[in-house]
Design a protein around this ligand. Structure first.
Ligand code: GLC
Length: 417
């Protein structure tokens, strides 16, 4: 019996070591497939592979939900698994993964980083070293129905009033946003918080979510649900569920990222094609119109068996031409400043590059710290509970702030940058 087991083990080892795996190195890249992303990634990877015979490249799909994707990555990386070799990271994860030793500093590859936006370079830098290259920029924005309204709202109060007026004309919902308990909810909150003049942390790094502005922001979101403008279902919705609601003609307003633009504009697939526009999220008096800064970066797994090839793929995917193609197919905003000077970008995006550039440059980053996931998770729990009517607004934010402060103190990292 024992011998048989040994025999099987030997066979398994032989299978694992021999064959194609070793003769043709395989690079695995983890990517998201929201909307047309999977399509353009597959196309670009095919071209890269054609120019790199002797290398195979495969895509490993991961969940769309940012928080679930993060959990999966933590499992892989914590186990020191060498794949995926190239990781698509959310802008808020790089410091955490760098501090954990899960991704490689890129200095050994001498990347040319001068063309990228300073805010995203800062978000990808940990202890003076760059760990990931920005791939595309996400900024939160307001989609609105031009067939129901004549202008975008100029204040948060007007947003509520117009949601009500537009809804009276037919659609089931006044506004839809990402309210499930995940990272997306924090970005929605950040935008309304900024709109009331608040922030997640003070410039000195103190937690500020329980400020009067924080309370006003959470009360504002709760008010939209209480008034029947945002459906209670938003508390389980991510980007795609909200896009579908808007795309099917069921909402007057949608808060989402740029990727939704191209999909909503497809006649035949979208009931609102030709009947919507985008606008910045409005602010309250004394606040500031705020777009959350999001986006994807590419990093090399610290345990990859092919780090040089992995970086070659990252360089290829983050080159200007690929960003332009991604802008054309997916509608995502390039992460290189030079692409905004390319006359082809206007046609690719169907929008004025100068206006897009202004939005990207003013977008509000989330705090750059290796403990962001912990801070965000606390906030998600308390925001969500309160939105679901289980806790009172001020108490929810008070509790969130105390728990977030404890994380910052315990981490011994001081205030995030
Ligand atoms: C988008 C953004 C990312 C954000 C996430 C939240 O993927 O690029 O930064 O954290 O949405 O759902």
């Amino acid at each position: 019996m024992r011998n048989r087991a040994l025999g099987v083990l030997l066979l398994l080892l032989l299978c694992a070591c021999g064959g194609q795996e070793d003769s043709v190195p395989t690079l695995t890249v983890s990517g998201s497939a929201v909307g047309a992303e999977g399509e353009v990634l597959a196309r670009q990877i095919r071209r890269f592979a054609a120019g790199n015979p002797g290398l195979r490249v495969t895509v490993q799909q991961t969940p769309d939900d940012a928080t679930q994707r993060h959990q999966l990555y933590v499992q892989w990386l914590n186990a020191h698994v060498g794949t995926p070799d190239v990781l698509q990271l959310d802008v808020v994860w790089t410091p955490e993964f760098a501090a954990a030793g899960w991704i490689l500093p890129l200095d050994r590859f001498s990347p040319d980083s001068g063309d990228f936006f300073p805010a995203s370079l800062a978000a990808n830098t940990w202890q003076g070293k760059l760990y990931a290259l920005p791939w595309f920029m996400d900024v939160g924005m307001l989609y609105w129905r031009t067939d129901l309204l004549s202008a975008a709202p100029s204040s948060l109060a007007e947003l509520t009033a117009l949601a009500r007026r537009g809804k009276a004309a037919g659609p089931r919902y006044g506004i839809v946003w990402q309210g499930a308990r995940y990272e997306g909810l924090v970005t929605v909150f950040l935008e309304i918080l900024g709109g009331f003049g608040g922030s997640i942390l003070t410039p000195e790094g103190r937690v500020a979510v329980d400020s009067p502005q924080g309370i006003a922001a959470l009360a504002y979101l709760k008010g939209q649900i209480a008034a029947g403008l945002a459906p209670p279902e938003v508390l389980t919705w991510h980007e795609e569920e909200t896009r579908f609601a808007f795309q099917n003609g069921n909402a007057v307003f949608l808060r989402n990222w740029p990727y939704a633009w191209a999909l909503l504009g497809k006649p035949g697939e979208s009931r609102v094609a030709g009947r919507f526009a985008i606008a910045p999220m409005p602010a309250a008096p004394g606040g500031k119109s705020t777009a959350a800064l999001g986006g994807a970066q590419l990093a090399v797994n610290a345990h990859s068996r092919h780090p040089e090839a992995a970086f070659r793929l990252i360089s290829y995917l983050t080159a200007p031409e690929r960003m332009l193609e991604r802008a054309r197919v997916v509608g995502q905003y390039p992460a290189r400043r030079s692409v905004y000077r390319d006359p082809r970008l206007a046609e690719a995006l169907g929008a004025d590059p100068a206006a897009v550039l202004a939005i990207v440059e003013r977008a509000r980053p989330r705090p750059v710290t290796p403990v962001w996931t912990e801070l965000s998770e606390i906030l998600q729990i308390h925001l969500h509970r309160s939105l679901a009517g289980q806790t009172e607004t001020a108490a929810a934010l008070h509790d969130a702030a105390r728990e977030m402060e404890a994380v910052l103190e315990r981490s011994g990292l001081g205030g995030p940058s």
